[in-house]
Design a protein. Structure first.
Lengths: 376, 192
C-alpha cells in the first residue's frame, strides 16, 4: 500500500471534498476546469483518490455546461462603435454622448468674436449700448464667454444624470433637460461655465482660480465645494443649494465678466439661496432636509444624552449639521434632557428637544433661533 | 511579428500614456465586460455607455490609478460601479435594495435548500432553463465564477459583498442546478 506521502509530496493535497459543491467552492478546481491551469495537481489528485472521480467529473460537467451557456449569450453590443467614441474622447475631453457642439474659432462670424473679445477686456460700452435690458438668456451668455479656442456644450436629454468631468478635476452631474457649456481648458485667472437647468457641482479646490457658474442672471462663485443649482429658463427663480463648503451667490444683471461681485450672499452648508429673477430679491434659508456635514465615521459626537443640558445638545447639533443655532445660554444651561437622537431629521430632533423643555424654534435667514423662558 | 503582452504589461503601458495599450486592453476584455454588463442589466445603451465612460475615465485618471494584480476583475468591478452611477435613478436602485435583502436572507439560511424547487423541476429541463430560475444576484454570481473564472474573493470584490455571501448565493444556485445535472450526466461520457 503506497502511502500518501510517496505519491503526493505536497502538503496542500487535501481530500475533504464530500459533496460536488466542495469542488465548486475550490478556486483552483474552477480555474483548472475553465483554463487547464493546475493540471498536474488535479491529475495527481485523481490518481491518489480514484473514488472521487465521479463526484469530480460531475462538478466539472456542471462548470462546463454553465460556461457554455454563458458564452452562448452574446449580447448585441457594438465593440467597434464604442471604441470609436472612446477614442474620440481621449484627446478632446467630453465630446458629448448626446449632442456635442465644439465651438472652434472659424465657426463664428467675425463680429461675434470681436464682441466677445471686447467683453473680455471689460469694455462696458458694449454692455450698455448693445444689450437689451431684462433677463439674460442662454444665448447671450454663451455668446459672451469665448475665452478659449474651444467650448464644449453638453446636453442631457435622458432621464439618467450625466456626469461631466472638467479639465480641473471638477465634476458636474447634469440632470435631465439641462445643459452645460464649458471650455476645454480653463483660463489662468478663473474657471467659467454656463448652466441651464439643474446640476450638481463638485468643484475642485483652486484658490488661484475661482469657479464661476453663470445661470440665467445669477452668478455663483466657488472656491471648492459641492452644491446643486437649479436655473431653468422658464422658471422664475434660481435656487442654489449647498452641501459642503462655501459658496458666494450674487445676481448679475448685465453680462460683465470682468467685474463680477456685487451684493450677494455667502451660503454655508445646508443653506440655500432663492433668487427671484424679476425683482432683486435674494433670500437665504435652510434647505428642506438638512444633512449632517460630518461623515458617519468621523462623527464622534454622542447621540445619547443622559441628563445633559439642552445647550450642550444644541451645540452638538450645530457641529453635526454646520448650522448656526442661536439660543440663550443661561436659560438653556439649566434645562436638562435625557434623550437619544436617532436617524430622525434635524427638524424632528429640534421638535423633540423643544417639546421636552417647553421651548420653540424658528428659522431666520438661514439660522435657527431657539426661544425659551428657561426651566425651573 | 506580433508580441503578445500580458495584462499587467499592457496596464503599465497604458498608465504610462499608451493609447495603443488601452485599446488592446479594451479589445481583449470587451467581450467579457459586455457579457457581464449584460448580465447585470440587459439595457444595451446603458451597458455601452458605461463601458465607454469607464474607459474614458480610466484614461484621464491613469496617473492616479493603482497597479492592479488582475486586470479583468478590476475592469468588471469598475464596470459595475459605472453602471450603478449611470443608472442611479433607475430600476437599478430598486433592484439593489431587493438584492441586498435577499443576500441577507441567504446568510441566514445557507444550509436550507429549496426542496420544492428540486421536486418541481422536471428531468428534461435544460441548464438554460435551470439558470433562468435563479435570482438576478445568483445569476450574476454564477456568471462571474464559472464564466469569468473569478476566485471567490475576486467575485466578492466585483459584486461589493462579503465572500461568504458569494458562497451562499452559489450554494443556493447549486441546489437548483444539481437536479438538472442528473439529467445531463447520463449523456456525458466519462472524460478521463
Amino acid at each position: 500500500m503506497l502511502s500518501n506521502d510517496t505519491i503526493l509530496p505536497y502538503r496542500e493535497m487535501r481530500n475533504d471534498y464530500t459533496r460536488i459543491q466542495d469542488f465548486l467552492d475550490d478556486d483552483s478546481f474552477v480555474r483548472w476546469v475553465l483554463t487547464g491551469r493546475d493540471d498536474s495537481r488535479w491529475r495527481r489528485f485523481l490518481a491518489a483518490y480514484p473514488q472521487q472521480a465521479e463526484r469530480l467529473q460531475r462538478a466539472q460537467t456542471l462548470v462546463l455546461e454553465i460556461q457554455k451557456n454563458e458564452k452562448a449569450d452574446l449580447p448585441p453590443l457594438n465593440q467597434r462603435m464604442v471604441w470609436a467614441k472612446i477614442s474620440a474622447n481621449l484627446h478632446d475631453p467630453e465630446a458629448s454622448i448626446q449632442e456635442s457642439r465644439v465651438f472652434k474659432p472659424g465657426r463664428y462670424a467675425a463680429w461675434q468674436w470681436a464682441v466677445g473679445f471686447a467683453l473680455m477686456l471689460g469694455m462696458s460700452w458694449y454692455t450698455w449700448r448693445t444689450l437689451p435690458s431684462g433677463p439674460i438668456t442662454y444665448r447671450e451668455l454663451s455668446d459672451s464667454i469665448r475665452e478659449q479656442n474651444e467650448l464644449i456644450e453638453k446636453v442631457n436629454e435622458q432621464a439618467a444624470p450625466l456626469r461631466i468631468n472638467l479639465e480641473d478635476g471638477s465634476v458636474v452631474t447634469l440632470d435631465k433637460n439641462s445643459k452645460l457649456m464649458y471650455p476645454r481648458r480653463f483660463g489662468s485667472k478663473n474657471r467659467n461655465v454656463i448652466l441651464v437647468g439643474e446640476a450638481f457641482f463638485e468643484v475642485s479646490r483652486d484658490s488661484e482660480r475661482p469657479f464661476y457658474i453663470y445661470a440665467n442672471e445669477v452668478v455663483t462663485k466657488v472656491l471648492g465645494t459641492s452644491f446643486r443649482i437649479r436655473a431653468f429658463e422658464k422658471e422664475p427663480d434660481v435656487t442654489v443649494q449647498v452641501s459642503t463648503g462655501l459658496v458666494s451667490v450674487y445676481k448679475q444683471r448685465r453680462i460683465d465678466l470682468t467685474d463680477p461681485e456685487t451684493d450677494g450672499l455667502v451660503l454655508l452648508p445646508n443653506q440655500e439661496a432663492v433668487i427671484s429673477r424679476e425683482d432683486e430679491n435674494l433670500s437665504r434659508r435652510l434647505v428642506e432636509w438638512p444633512q449632517p456635514i460630518l461623515k458617519r465615521e468621523f462623527d464622534t459626537l454622542p447621540t445619547r444624552y443622559d441628563e445633559a443640558p439642552a445647550s450642550r445638545i444644541l451645540r452638538d447639533i450645530e457641529t453635526r449639521y454646520g448650522i448656526t443655532i442661536l439660543f440663550n445660554d443661561d436659560a438653556l444651561n439649566r434645562c436638562y434632557l435625557t434623550t437619544t437622537l436617532t436617524e430622525e431629521s434635524l427638524y424632528d430632533q429640534l421638535d423633540l428637544i423643544c417639546k421636552t423643555i417647553g421651548a420653540s424654534y424658528k428659522e431666520v435667514d438661514g439660522q435657527l433661533v431657539v426661544e425659551s423662558k428657561g426651566c425651573l | 511579428m506580433a508580441i503578445v503582452k500580458n495584462d499587467i504589461e499592457l496596464w503599465l503601458a497604458f498608465k504610462d500614456g499608451s493609447e495603443r495599450a488601452l485599446e488592446r486592453l479594451y479589445k481583449r476584455h470587451f467581450p467579457a465586460m459586455s457579457r457581464y454588463g449584460y448580465r447585470v442589466t440587459p439595457d444595451r445603451p446603458l451597458v455601452e455607455d458605461a463601458i465607454q465612460d469607464l474607459f474614458v475615465d480610466l484614461w484621464w485618471r491613469r496617473e492616479y490609478l493603482s497597479e492592479v494584480e488582475q486586470v479583468k476583475p478590476y475592469l468588471l468591478r469598475a464596470l459595475r460601479n459605472q453602471l450603478l452611477r449611470n443608472a442611479r435613478h433607475d430600476i437599478f436602485e430598486e433592484a439593489e435594495d431587493i438584492d441586498d435583502f435577499l443576500d441577507y436572507l441567504s446568510t441566514l439560511s445557507a444550509e436550507q435548500h429549496s426542496i420544492t424547487q428540486e421536486t418541481q423541476l422536471s428531468r428534461t429541463q435544460s441548464i438554460q432553463n435551470a439558470l433562468a430560475n435563479l435570482s438576478h444576484r445568483q445569476r450574476e454570481a454564477v456568471h462571474l465564477r464559472f464564466y469569468q473564472g473569478l476566485t471567490l474573493d475576486e467575485a466578492a470584490e466585483v459584486m461589493g459583498i462579503q465572500k461568504q455571501v458569494v458562497k451562499n448565493l452559489l450554494s443556493k444556485s447549486y441546489a437548483v442546478l444539481r437536479v438538472t445535472l442528473k439529467a445531463l450526466i447520463s449523456l456525458i461520457p466519462v472524460l478521463f
